[in-house]
Ligand binder design. Structure first.
Ligand code: UDP
Ligand code: GLC
Length: 383
């Protein structure tokens, strides 16, 4: 039988949006087929999970950035051409499910051309400070015109969409779910081996996870490190996924300037995040701008580590301050250092927070719940 859902994403790398979509489409099984507009590890991961996937060429659409003011004529033409391709590819499908903003532009056009409803899984906080006014207005207008439903990855994302002029009636909130199994399968010996490899003993290790980009705030963790005792170490886990190589270089030289270079490990993009989290003492989320959701926070909880997170956006829907994690103001390295020091000084409290977080994450952020939520919206539209 032809799959009823044609799922679309424009990137080939594994960002959080793609990792979440991976679990969604794997959960939808034979009912979905995927088209990506770029090749890369995301396609490979989909294939490994048994999901039908093909890559379409995105042409000039590749050069539009989220801070862009106006899309070029070439980009609009590329979107239109790609929409034709998607409409053909989705000939047998009943609904188009777009997981990224560029994919949604194409899906909205393809949906109109082929008379198919479109569901946009919105994973960004529209509006300032993340997006230019023009980009936000364009996205919202297109959604109001071309989306049957918008799935928001948090209430914060839903609120930002509505604040920017999006129709509240079409929005459904579905939180991300993350599989606990890889975290439960971590072997102590493996975590200990990583710890021995990347940190001297004795030491206290804080770790940040995420692509290297200024708004993800690894520089805030660096500054916090410089205010903490000399046996404190920092692991920076992640890579510049979307070409932010200058930022990585800047980060390394900032570590030198702050005199903490010998206490920082840049570990690059890793596929053993659960083990690394278990090997660390505290998982830090340091985004300087409001985070739409923040998978790394739930992951830190699943790894049964105390999590310190930046108090803004969707993060507040994940963490109850002092109970399931610790919240600090965004971009406040002094507050972050203070939070790390106080968890370290009180291991019993740190363990209680870690355990409460682990229980909460296992209940509130399951893959099953996420797949059920997305499926319900798709069904609603196909009815
Ligand atoms: N991640 C990873 N390897 C790394 C760094 C990060 O697999 O080296 C994963 C991380 O475990 C998380 C995702 O990338 O699942 C980042 O998702 P999040 O929602 O935190 O942020 P995003 O990058 O989507 O804004
Ligand atoms: C986006 C957001 C992130 C969220 C992820 C999965 O990449 O930046 O906060 O966790 O999507 O929905």
């Amino acid at each position: 039988m032809t799959p009823r859902v044609l799922a679309l994403d424009h990137v080939g790398v594994l960002g959080g949006a793609e990792l979440s979509m991976l679990d969604v489409v794997a959960g939808l099984g034979d009912d979905v087929s995927v088209r990506l507009f770029a090749d890369g590890p995301f396609r490979e991961a989909l294939v490994r999970r048994g999901v039908a996937v093909r890559v379409l060429d995105m042409g000039a659409l590749a050069f539009v950035k989220k801070e862009s003011r106006a899309p070029s004529f070439a980009a609009l033409r590329a979107a239109w051409q790609l929409a034709g391709g998607v409409a053909r590819e989705g000939a047998g499908a009943r609904v188009l499910y777009a997981n990224s903003q560029k994919a949604f532009v194409v899906a909205a056009l393809a949906g109109r051309r082929s008379g198919r409803p479109v569901v946009w899984h919105l994973r960004d906080l529209l509006g300032r400070p993340h997006f230019s006014a023009l980009n936000t207005r364009g996205a919202v207008m297109l959604a109001n015109w071309g989306a049957a439903r918008v799935i928001a990855n948090s209430q914060a994302t839903a609120d930002a969409f509505v604040r920017a002029g999006g129709r509240a009636r079409i929005v459904r909130v579905v939180h991300n779910g993350i599989a606990a199994e890889p975290f439960d399968a971590v072997r102590d010996a493996d975590a200990q081996a990583l710890r021995a490899q990347y940190a001297p003993a004795p030491s206290y290790v804080m770790a940040v996870f995420g692509r290297l980009h200024a708004w993800k705030g690894p520089q805030v963790a660096l500054r916090a490190l410089s205010a903490l005792p000399a046996d404190c170490q920092l692991w920076v886990v992640g890579a510049p996924l979307f070409g932010e190589h200058a930022f990585e270089a800047e980060l390394r030289s900032r570590a030198e300037q702050l005199g903490v270079a010998s206490r920082v490990q840049f570990l690059g993009f890793r596929d053993d995040v659960p083990t690394l989290m278990r090997a660390a003492d505290v998982v830090v989320h340091a985004s300087t701008l409001p985070e739409p959701f923040g998978r790394v926070i739930v992951e830190g909880m699943l790894a049964r580590r105390p999590v310190i997170a930046a108090d803004a956006g969707g993060v507040r829907e994940i963490v109850t301050d002092g109970v399931t994690g610790v919240l600090v103001p965004p971009d406040d390295s002094a507050a972050l250092a203070q939070a790390v020091a106080s968890l370290r000084a009180d291991p019993a409290r740190a363990a209680a927070i870690a355990n409460a977080g682990a229980d909460h994450a296992r209940r509130a952020f399951t893959v099953d719940g996420m797949v059920r939520g997305v499926r319900a919206v798709l069904d609603e539209v196909m009815r």
